[in-house]
Design a binder for this molecule. Structure first.
Ligand SMILES: C[S@@+](CC[C@H](N)C(=O)[O-])C[C@H]1O[C@@H](n2cnc3c(N)ncnc32)[C@H](O)[C@@H]1O
Ligand SMILES: [Zn+2]
Length: 503
């Protein structure tokens, strides 16, 4: 693994594509991105708000799309390009332009994300279904974890349809071993839920009586099938089972019985549990079975579900003191949940469309490192102000050191092994190197390639990526379209044979 070449607390005012192209491979633990949604609106912050002057456009046309991006997609990711063009046929040119813009940036995100990392793409139903195809194409369908629906407004009055009040977050992992801290974000049970799940009560509080028996597998002669405390387990055709592993056994050990988990015999465990009042016995004179007291105090809460209804967004009626006036600002609680669930303390979090830096603030609060990128100058002013107000003031008050934000206006330079990465003007460079000719000797009757205008040529990996060919300048060449079709995913040797040349 390579080291990250950007410092903690760096804020870039620049197009994120060039910034991300300058970040080393597999160095980021978590990426949250909240790009413009292709909502065909121009956003502007209200005059007088902290964010006044901030504006960004959310309309797309094919003119916005660089030729170079299309070429990269066409030559290096044919399936993805096919999906994007299909979206163009179905939804129109603007969607095709938007998806191209997104795909070229997501390629970089995939490259810089660690295999243990995760990425959350915040979008809305205008484009979420097309973006999911792009994400599947890049991160792999096996790394898809959830499509979260976030209820951002209580209600919307939309004519002739149901209220459109939710966003989507497409959550993908970098690989199978991605960080997941479900318990860190579990939602505590409501009083009602607690009363229902734990109907009994003693001096220690609410509990329920859980089964202390398990199925008997055939004839068991061990102590687990022998009577304990006058209860004839054999007659019931079951065996004793008192927890030895798991979260409740740990809770018992931490709170009531030191070294509980090292007691091997099941009768001994039952005796110990009984001695500290952890066994619920049926009332005197009544028949029944003893149960393990499971206390509400040990309840770890309910796992968070993929429908987020408990974090409200900012609406005209609900702004609160967190609101900076930045158009499309997201609530801190949403980012805190994502960061807690999918990263650990000290990890590096990147938000390539950071706006008023909600992600950076949340990361700072949770002792993570962060990098923010936004193309708008106004965004950076706001981030710095906001960090000072919400975080550093706090540090000052507590007498702690005041961390510095590094504000950069130019992209970083990669320092990892294949730092000889493709330069943005690679086509021009190759065209000059090849004297304006195809890299294969395809001109009739001569031993040189066809001479053609630069636009016609296609960038090819000399040694195909499927065979381990690197994505570095030295492995790239220009081929004319017929030669590129012939070569396909194969090697130059294969192309030479097809051209009838011995190599
Ligand atoms: C939807 S907003 C993000 C809001 C953010 N999540 C927050 O809570 O404030 C999208 C942001 O992306 C920025 N942006 C648009 N295109 C960009 C690009 N190519 N590179 C970097 N930032 C870009 C815009 O300036 C805008 O601030
Ligand atoms: Zn050729």
């Amino acid at each position: 693994m390579t080291a990250l070449n950007v410092k903690n607390r760096t804020l870039f005012t620049h197009d994120n594509l060039q910034v991300m192209r300058g970040i080393n491979n597999e160095t980021i633990d978590l990426i949250y991105l909240d790009p413009p949604f292709n909502s065909k609106r121009n956003y502007a912050a209200p005059i007088g708000s902290q964010a006044a002057g901030a504006a960004f456009s959310d309309t797309w046309s094919l003119d916005d799309i660089k030729k170079e991006w299309v070429e990269t997609l066409e030559t290096e990711n044919k399936a993805l390009w096919a999906a994007i063009t299909a979206a163009g046929y179905i939804s129109g040119e603007s969607m095709q332009a938007y998806l191209t813009y997104m795909a070229i940036r997501l390629i970089e995100m995939k490259r810089i994300l660690k295999l243990t990392g995760s990425i959350y793409l915040h979008c809305d139903p205008t484009a979420s279904h097309y973006l999911k195809l792009v994400m599947d194409g890049l991160f792999g369908k096996n790394n898809f974890r959830n499509e979260i629906a976030w209820k951002r407004a209580t209600a919307h009055n939309d004519p002739k349809r149901y209220g459109n009040n939710s966003d989507r977050l497409l959550y993908y992992s970098g690989g199978e071993q991605a960080t997941w801290n479900g318990s860190a974000v579990a939602v505590p049970k409501s009083l009602e839920e607690i009363e229902k799940a734990y109907p009994l009560r003693d001096d220690r509080g609410r509990y329920r009586a859980a089964d202390l028996t398990g199925p008997s597998h055939g004839s068991s002669s061990g102590e687990s099938s022998q009577s304990w405390s006058g209860y004839d387990i054999n007659a019931r055709g079951r065996v004793w089972s008192a927890p030895l592993t798991g979260t409740y056994a740990k809770w018992i050990e931490d709170n009531l019985v030191p070294n509980y988990r090292s007691i091997k015999g099941v009768h001994e465990r039952l005796d110990v549990l009984d001695s500290v009042g952890l066994i619920h016995h049926p009332q005197k004179g009544r028949s029944g079975w003893p149960g393990l007291k499971r206390y509400a105090a040990a309840d770890t809460g309910n796992p968070v579900q993929s429908l987020f209804t408990d974090i409200s967004g900012f609406t005209n009626y609900n702004k609160g003191k967190e609101w900076t006036g930045y158009p499309t600002q997201k609530p801190l609680r949403l980012l805190e949940r994502i960061i807690k669930a999918s990263s650990n303390e000290g990890n590096m979090i990147l938000d390539p469309f950071c706006g008023c830096a909600t992600t950076c603030i949340a990361a700072e609060k949770l002792n993570r490192q962060w990098i923010g990128i936004d193309i708008e100058e106004k965004a950076s002013d706001l981030v710095i102000k906001r960090l000072h107000k919400e975080i550093y003031n706090d540090a000052l008050l507590k007498g702690g050191p005041l961390p510095d934000v590094i504000h950069r206006k130019s992209p970083p330079k990669r320092t990892d092994a294949d730092a000889a990465i493709r330069s943005p003007n690679i086509k021009q460079t190759l065209y000059q190197k090849q004297n304006g000719r195809c890299a294969a000797p395809c001109e009739d009757g001569k031993s040189v390639g066809r001479a053609l205008p630069i636009d016609i040529f296609e960038v090819d990996h000399i040694s195909p990526r499927s065979k381990g060919g690197g994505d570095v300048d030295s492995n790239l060449q220009l081929l004319c379209p017929p030669c590129n079709r012939k070569k396909g995913n194969k090697t130059m040797t294969h192309l030479m044979e097809l051209l009838g040349l011995n190599v």
